[in-house]
Design a protein around this ligand. Sequence first.
Ligand SMILES: [Zn+2]
Length: 74
Amino acid sequence: MADWLLGYTILILAIAFGGYALNILREKKIAWALSRPRLARCPKCRHVYMIERFTLNPHCPNCNARTTNFITQN
Ligand SMILES: [Zn+2]
């Protein structure tokens, strides 16, 4: 009876962990989709980087030139 209970517990834990892993993978995808509009490309040196949230005047970290949004540029 103890063996059956142990097996059942392991099965439940495996299912819970599988669901947790799937959730992490899905959240990663969503996070990437949301962060895509925050991508910016420098018009001067073509450096692609992420704009930090709530930055009104983004600047290129490479050459310090003013940059526009990646999506609106393309
Ligand atoms: Zn630049």
